[in-house]
Design a protein around this ligand. Structure first.
Ligand code: DX5
Ligand code: ZN
Length: 222
């Protein structure tokens, strides 16, 4: 099954964001991925809920919001009210994971859990049944333009196996260096949603429509 594509908005051109969103819609992207960073959980800052509120006014595409922040419970209702349909929190940032998952659902969004590259899959043992999706970081979180960490593809395969063994309906979202070369490997390994940034659809000099077309063509050959 061809994976869905989630466009990483932190890689868009903020000087012409509405134009980029229009091009993403016309190119047939499935989700908009908002990387939220607080300068604590990751050494970078990106955007706040106001960007989601503004973008929500111009598109009905589903928002896939990735909270790379400490103390996410405090901000989950705000990002749902701002337009998020699916919210990923990092398991490494949550003390009471079940309570956080329940808060996301109670606030009106689907719940997802994100893992940094070195976080073992066993951290999901007691939450996998409660989430809609798991996000596997395939680069160290915080910056676009990085290279795949070693072991990333086999981690996706192991995640797929864990989902099949547990007979749960959970999507695998992959985030980081989803390039034209890596995307087919990630899809074959079991990825259901690919977060596409500067390695593919926002590749400098390529153009969004051409990037989506090239990625879609690459994945259609699976
Ligand atoms: C890392 C970011 C990146 C970005 C994707 O924290 O989440 O994964 O959105 O962009 P590239 O394709 O440059 O990795
Ligand atoms: Zn992300």
């Amino acid at each position: 099954m061809k994976p869905k594509l989630s466009a990483s908005i932190m890689c868009a051109n903020f000087c012409s964001l509405e134009e980029d969103i229009r091009q993403l819609e016309e190119a047939g992207i499935d989700y908009l991925h908002f990387d939220i960073m607080d300068g604590h959980f990751v050494p970078n800052f990106t955007m706040g809920p106001d960007i989601l509120r503004m973008v929500r006014r111009i598109t009905s595409l589903p928002f896939d919001t990735h909270l790379m922040i400490e103390n996410p419970d405090r901000y989950i209702p705000i990002f749902v009210e701002a337009g998020s349909n699916l919210i990923f929190v990092h398991i490494e940032a949550c003390i009471h994971m079940n309570r956080t998952i329940q808060l996301i659902k109670k606030s009106g969004a689907k719940a997802g859990v994100a893992l940094n590259p070195s976080t073992p899959l066993c951290r999901l043992d007691y939450v996998l049944e409660d989430v809609s999706a798991v996000l596997l970081m395939t680069v160290n979180p915080g910056f676009a333009g990085q290279k795949l960490v070693s072991g990333a593809i086999s981690k996706i395969e192991n995640m797929k196996r864990m989902i099949e063994d547990r007979k749960v309906k959970v999507d695998i979202e992959v985030d980081g260096n989803v390039s034209f070369a890596n995307a087919p490997l990630m899809a074959k390994a079991g990825a259901d949603i690919l977060v596409c940034g500067t390695s593919s659809i926002f590749k400098p000099g390529l153009g969004i429509k051409e990037g989506v077309k090239k990625l879609t063509l690459t994945l259609s050959r699976l």
